[in-house]
Design a protein around this ligand. Structure first.
Ligand SMILES: [Zn+2]
Ligand SMILES: [Zn+2]
Length: 455
């Protein structure tokens, strides 16, 4: 009887720990979020063409990019060539001589004679640095839109679309990598992502301890402790000593000690009202808690966490942008995944201040979606379509990178080579939460993190 009761007890505590961790950090299953993302971007597909009208034409690449491109049927093309005239004598073409010339990536070359036997040719793509520009643009279309080459190529085959070869895509991707990785303007966001993972690790260490029946009293302290960690990162002004000093205050606070020789908590007195779950300094639970807080592995690299951004921004980056570029179901190599992360960050940053779509009466246009998992409705604000105004410049820079590229530029990074052998899917264990209703999301956006419960 007794042991049975204990089991139930532990199970109960396990499920409440898991629930809490899920509340803070979200669910591990991202499929639902990918679906919401698809739903979310609906209506954004018809990107207006104004991004091409605004670009300046003062360099060759942008000039080339400004041309529109069409998908053309072979029959219509031949029909058109039959009706052209010789570039040398102006006479008509002998249509029986039209034949396909040597292969052109993502295009076609026709050779033919006029009735006076002058040689003529027509190629469907301009060349840039000796390469088919259309082929380069298709590669960049796939990469910059976050699509996967293999899916795109498979679909292209279905409609007999000539796309250029897969090898060339992966080959050139290594060149585009430099362009993307050189733009380190967005390092602070990547850095914040690390903090997010760090906080998550902390929550799981505490969660594991709280799952043990003897340390159940840790449960109510998980959220405040994680909040305290964020708070410390956020307020240490980049000073690691300050961060550590602030961090260790939690050791006093949980024991209901808010002033001690050499320090005191920063919260107001009423913060403690209603808190009953203080941990006794002599308890084994306190020793367990202390072990986690002072854990060398955890605190040893605090210097990397001295600047911090709020979590909602990071969650937002993850499920609305990163998953779009780096889907979990698709295996990407290391270089590829690094690049796609960078693309997500660029996309995210450029569209950070997108306005909320407004109805005629000035109200926002929410869209509500049924979450299969929680069996609840989730509301989102619909935002105005993304402008992608950075894309023309990015493409121009990328194709410039292919111009006369040296051989060494085509090599994988050493890290990629090492990892390629080990991992097939490096999209990571990214686990943002997506279940908050619009209200709770808004609350966090306006109030920041709820730090009132920590010192
Ligand atoms: Zn001629
Ligand atoms: Zn305190």
């Amino acid at each position: 009887m007794e042991s049975e009761e204990e089991t139930t007890d532990t199970e109960e505590s396990e499920s409440s720990v898991d629930k809490l961790l899920r509340d803070i950090f979200g669910d591990d299953d991202v499929n639902e979020r990918i679906n919401s993302e698809e739903e979310n971007t609906e209506g954004e597909n018809d990107t207006d063409e104004s991004m091409w009208h605004k670009v300046k034409e003062d360099d060759e690449e942008i000039h080339l990019l400004n041309d529109r491109r069409f998908i053309v049927g072979e029959r219509e093309l031949l029909y058109l060539i039959e009706r052209t005239t010789c570039s040398e004598c102006g006479e008509r073409i002998d249509s029986s001589t039209i034949q396909e010339g040597e292969k052109v990536a993502a295009g076609v070359k026709y050779q033919y004679l006029c009735i006076n036997a002058h040689k003529n040719k027509w190629i469907s793509t301009p060349f840039y640095g000796g390469k088919s520009l259309v082929a380069l643009l298709i590669q960049l279309m796939v990469l910059l839109s976050g699509a996967s080459w293999s899916k795109f190529a498979a679909g292209a085959k279905f409609i007999n679309l000539v796309t250029g070869c897969s090898r060339a895509f992966y080959h050139h991707q290594l060149l585009y990598k430099f362009v993307l990785l050189e733009s380190d303007r967005f390092k602070h966001i990547r850095h914040s992502l690390d903090i997010w993972h760090k906080a998550k690790k902390l929550a799981y260490m505490l969660g594991d301890a709280a799952k043990k029946a003897a340390h159940r009293s840790l449960l109510p302290w998980i959220r405040p402790t994680v909040n305290h960690f964020w708070y410390c990162c956020n307020t240490c002004s980049g000073d690691v000593q300050k961060l550590i000093k602030k961090w260790f205050k939690i050791l006093h606070h949980v024991t209901n000690e808010h002033e001690w020789s050499g320090g005191r908590c920063n919260h107001s007195k009423d913060t403690n009202a209603g808190v009953e779950k203080w941990i006794s300094k002599d308890s084994s639970t306190y020793r367990e808690f202390r072990k986690i807080v002072v854990n060398k592995e955890f605190t040893g690299n605090f210097q990397y966490y001295t600047t911090c951004k709020q979590t909602w921004a990071i969650e937002n980056l993850y499920f609305h942008t990163l998953l779009h570029y780096c889907q979990k179901q698709v295996s990407f190599g290391f270089d590829s995944c690094v690049m796609r992360n960078q693309l997500a960050v660029i996309d995210y940053n450029h569209h950070l201040d997108r306005e909320i779509q407004q109805a005629r009466d000035g109200t926002s246009v929410p869209f509500v979606q049924f979450s299969r998992k929680t069996k609840q409705l989730v509301a989102y604000d619909r935002r105005v379509a993304k402008s992608y105004t950075y894309i023309p410049d990015l493409i121009a820079t990328c194709i410039r990178q292919t111009y006369g590229a040296r051989r060494e530029a085509y090599t994988k990074s050493a890290q990629a080579k090492k990892l390629d052998g080990i991992a097939t899917n490096l999209s990571g264990d990214i686990t943002p939460s997506s279940k908050e209703l619009l209200n709770s999301r808004k609350k966090r956006k306006t109030c920041g993190l709820d730090l009132s419960a920590s010192c």
